[in-house]
Design a protein around this ligand. Structure first.
Ligand SMILES: O=C(CO)[C@@H](O)[C@H](O)COP(=O)(O)O
Ligand SMILES: [Co+2]
Length: 224
């Protein structure tokens, strides 16, 4: 599985499961796939690193079985290293770490790669891109968070646009934008260099995930 290495220059969209109906997760994901989604963003929260609690490797494994889209696990948990083997075993394509939680970031990124997954790091709004200097060679992508981690439906932080530009300048890696991404903010992030547009509320809250996924992708691509 090499979703990130095979992305090329394309701009793609992916649903954040956080705003989906957890009782009908596979169905919701398939509706976004019909709207053009190419990756599933799987938000994992532990009520320690963030004040919210979601789902873990067992649900990831069930979703991997139910969809042929690659699943990216966004780990917003303390001690992520202890969960890496279980998510790899669940069959996720990539694992995104919050560097604030990985005490030994180099070691945990290496563990992800050795487990056969692609590896990424999520920068919270206050974390500078420069902090990745000595682990950048281990990364397949960088996620720029345009909200504080923890919840869907928050307001987009506009400084994130410049941050995407900076990450691209420094590392040339694919950038995933996550948080407050809508048809209004997506083109700005794409113009700055983002390629993977993650959206939860903009895709699921309007009652038609297929239509709204398509709208988001089209809006994002118009930013090129
Ligand atoms: O990782 C997170 C939040 O911590 C995100 O993936 C959000 O879940 C995206 O939701 P919207 O901002 O698109 O509603
Ligand atoms: Co996320």
């Amino acid at each position: 599985m090499a979703f990130w290495r095979e992305l090329g220059e394309r701009v793609v969209g992916g649903p954040s499961i956080l705003s989906a109906d957890f009782a009908h997760l596979a169905k919701d994901v398939e509706r976004t796939k019909a709207g053009g989604a190419e990756v599933v963003h799987f938000d994992v929260m532990d009520n320690h690193f963030v004040p919210n609690l979601t789902v873990g490797p067992a649900v990831a494994a069930a979703l991997v079985r139910a969809t042929d889209l690659p699943v990216d696990a966004h780990l917003q948990v303390e001690r992520p290293e202890s969960l890496v083997p279980a998510f790899a075993e669940a069959g996720v394509a990539s694992i995104t770490l919050q560097p604030e939680t990985a005490l030994h970031l180099h070691r945990t990124l290496t563990l992800i790669k050795d487990s056969g997954c692609e590896a990424g790091v999520a920068l919270t709004p206050a974390t500078p891109p420069e902090s990745l200097r000595w682990v950048a060679h281990l990364l397949d992508y960088v996620l720029v968070m345009s909200v504080e981690p923890g919840f869907g439906g928050q307001r987009f932080i506009p400084e994130s646009v410049e941050k995407v530009r900076r990450v691209r300048e420094l590392y040339g890696l694919p950038v995933q934008a996550d948080g407050g991404i809508t048809p209004v903010t997506a083109p700005r992030m794409v113009r700055a260099g983002a390629q993977v547009l993650v959206a939860g509320s903009a895709v699921f809250d309007g009652g038609d995930p297929e239509r709204d996924m398509r709208k988001l992708i089209e809006a994002g691509r118009s930013g090129r």
